[in-house]
Design a protein around this ligand. Structure first.
Ligand code: FMN
Length: 218
């Protein structure tokens, strides 16, 4: 039975959140192909995971037999998140751009689940080859060729950690210019924003369906 791990991190609920609307469309398409599949949902805005602290970090580098009781307790919480990621057949992440980067709640989750010598820096990482679909919503545009291309720290960062470190197959859906509808200075970009939203929705449905079919064939 296939499992989808769905992680959202937007501050606003639907329908205000572009990323939540698109991850929901993906999840629905995935679920239609997989009525018996399991979806594990983490809303990092409603229920943030703790920042990685000294105990949980040091426990990750300490042999289980040598961990203090405090380290063991901290690591048990971390391990739940790590195992949830490693057991997923596909991962869906809503990653809005806040101040040019990912939400701090998403960064906290990544710091918890990325563990050297377990899923990074090993030949057969349990996350190797797992598809990761990232909905990278943003108020402006940071697309190649735009003036702000050099400030794109969401896709570049997530490609590096999910793809290069964890070995996942990363695929982005990018609803951009989402502020065009509320920022008068961006009003003339509204048609482009609409087109981007429609394309993101279309991509979410087709990729959600394809992800489910790939999982079924695996
Ligand atoms: C705290 C905060 C910071 C933001 N910073 C940026 C930014 O640096 N660049 C940008 O293009 N949009 C920025 N935005 C706009 C969001 O990226 C945009 O509203 C996007 O649609 C957020 O995703 P969501 O709709 O899923 O919440 C920011 C929004 C908030 C709330």
């Amino acid at each position: 039975m296939a499992t989808l791990l769905h992680v959202d991190s937007a501050l606003w609920p639907e329908p205000a959140s572009a990323s939540r609307a698109i991850t929901a469309a993906f999840r629905t398409a995935w679920g239609e192909q997989h009525p018996d599949g399991t979806v594990i949902y983490r809303d990092l805005n409603a229920n943030p995971v703790p920042h990685l602290n000294t105990l949980a970090a040091s426990a990750g580098y300490t042999d289980p037999a040598d961990r203090s009781p405090e380290q063991a307790a901290a690591f048990a919480e971390r391990l739940k998140l790590i195992e949830e990621l490693e057991a997923a057949d596909a991962v869906l992440i809503g990653a809005p751009m806040y101040n040019l980067a990912v939400p701090s709640t998403l960064k906290a989750w990544l710091d918890q689940v990325i563990l050297m010598r377990r899923n990074v820096g090993v030949e057969n990482s349990p996350t190797k080859g797992t598809p990761a679909y990232v909905v990278a919503s943003r108020g402006g545009s940071y697309a190649p060729g735009t003036p702000r291309e050099g400030y794109e720290y969401v896709q570049n960062y997530l490609q590096a950690v999910l793809g290069d470190m964890l070995g996942m197959e990363v695929d982005f859906i990018v609803p951009e210019l989402t502020l065009a509808h509320i920022d008068p200075a961006m009003a003339e970009l509204a048609p482009l924003a609409e087109a981007s939203k429609a394309k993101a929705h279309e991509d979410a449905v087709s990729k959600g369906k394809a992800a489910a079919l790939n999982a079924a064939a695996a």
